[in-house]
Unconditional design. Structure first.
Length: 143
């Protein structure tokens, strides 16, 4: 057709997910995150993140966030921030929880069994009473 020109469609640009809010949240709101079975979970948003050995991130989310990739520079910063969060927040928290669990009050059955065990130990360790010959005792020293 004469007089018509064809304009090519613009090249589709790859869109990336901006993870800078998550990086800030890891730094300044560490209690919003949990880590279990290799997945970092952001509790308020229910987003989940998994990092591989190279630092690449996989995102699981109910919204469209999971469909976008993370720019490599931000992925590196996110991975470094995640590792710092895990070392400085999550591991000490896990250690504290484990330590506290050692002193938690046991349930009634465990307490009963412990009491029986301790009573048995006391019963077995009791020695026969020692008999002493009764005689005249004096607090005055004799030569």
């Amino acid at each position: 057709m004469p007089g018509m020109f064809v304009r090519s469609l613009p090249e589709p640009r790859m869109r990336f997910l901006d993870v800078s809010p998550m990086i800030s949240a890891l730094r300044f709101q560490p209690t919003d995150f949990e880590y279990a079975h290799g997945w970092l979970r952001h509790v308020p948003s229910r987003h989940a993140f998994r990092f591989d050995r190279k630092g690449e991130v996989t995102i699981e989310a109910q919204c469209g966030c999971a469909g976008l990739n993370v720019r490599q520079e931000q992925a590196d910063d996110l991975f470094a921030t995640f590792n710092a969060w895990r070392e400085n927040y999550w591991r000490p928290l896990g250690t504290d929880r484990e330590f506290a669990s050692h002193f938690r009050k046991p349930n009634a059955w465990v307490r009963l069994l412990r009491d029986i065990r301790m009573a048995w130990r006391r019963f077995r360790s009791r020695a026969e009473p020692v008999t002493v010959a009764a005689g005249p005792f004096s607090t005055v020293q004799t030569e």
